[in-house]
Design a protein around this ligand. Sequence first.
Ligand code: NAG
Ligand code: NAG
Length: 385
Amino acid sequence: MHSAFLFSTAALVASALASPTIKRGNNQGQDDHPGGPGGSSHGGGDHGNHGGHGDNGFSPSLPDGFPNPSQDQINDIEDRAHGTLPNAPLPTGLSDDGITNFKLIAFNEIFEVAYFSELVQNITNNVEGYQFGDDKDEVLENLNVILAVEELHALGANAILQANHVDPIKPCKYNFPVSDFESAIALAATFTDVVLGTLQDVNDIFAQNTENGPVRLISSVIGNEGQQEGLFRIIQKKTTPAQPFLTTSTRDFAFTAIQSFVVPDSCPNINTIPLNTFKPLNVLTQNIEPKDQQIQFSFNLSAVDVDVESLSLVLINAQNKPIVEKLEGTDVNEGVVTFQADFPFEDSLLYGLSIAAVTHSAESFDSADDVAKQTIFGPGLIEVN
Ligand SMILES: *[C@@H]1O[C@H](CO)[C@@H](O)[C@H](O)[C@H]1NC(C)=O
Ligand SMILES: *[C@@H]1O[C@H](CO)[C@@H](O)[C@H](O)[C@H]1NC(C)=O
């Protein structure tokens, strides 16, 4: 039982957050899932799964009509989200890059809807690992607002795509590598940090294209996601500010990271998102402490034509120049490469999210964008404190 919501004395499990890619496209049994959210889905004519939990992953067809709510249902989602969808004219005439930005945002926000709706269901249904005492209502109050907010973020991004005559992004089926509240919150904190970094990239791309229309809107979403992150950090008994300048990310890193939660071949139109998907990089070290150390990683070299000796391990943190490290103690076993690399915590104060990537060898990189261009395996997501 979780004895207290915000200040629980329960040991907090931080292991899941270090390596959310490990269960990439897994086939964990779904039979013990609680019942789906019911088949009262409206619309969604071309959306095959109406039951929430299918035999093969979780699909967000919610009782409130998401992903295709009627106007009445949207009103209800807005009530629960404590605010409306923007009623100003939607930005139109977007560049191809601007369209890609909103495709990625929709893809991400729909994934978040799936995640938080399953989390709310787990808590509501007292699923093992998600059982609370008196504070159950307080937990659900926060998470229900977050769920409705993410629904509006997703609907808003898809509405902008449609206003630009682009098909909306459709939900996939998902499997999440968590089975208790603490690891679920740790994972939510990690992917929210990736979003907080990636929306910086989105705004930067709008700026490069002198396309200011959506920047105010995106910036308002960054603030909202930061508020959510604060809640996840309080639950984990961390200081609410993680670092003064949040770690940046790029679209390709986010696109790859989200796919680690997607059931392979379950996304109706992911192929319309013109972004790169890297090969997975697993972070093997768990419960990473705020100190200098070596961190262990692995990747699967099969089907990749590259000389392991010619690779670098790069760390992206805050708004700093990426840190380049050597792969040490490289060991190849049945195509899987395991190695260590320095994690220079003290020098660079690597608080918050660090994004690790295995790249073609380089002396240095100027920016996260430069890293992404040379990345083969990644992102490995490391959270400290
Ligand atoms: C909900 O609980 C099930 C069963 O333990 C688990 O497989 C799933 O990952 C959980 N989802 C979330 C978001 O916590
Ligand atoms: C590595 O990748 C190959 C080819 O993609 C696959 O057949 C193999 O099962 C993978 N190995 C592991 C340990 O995942």
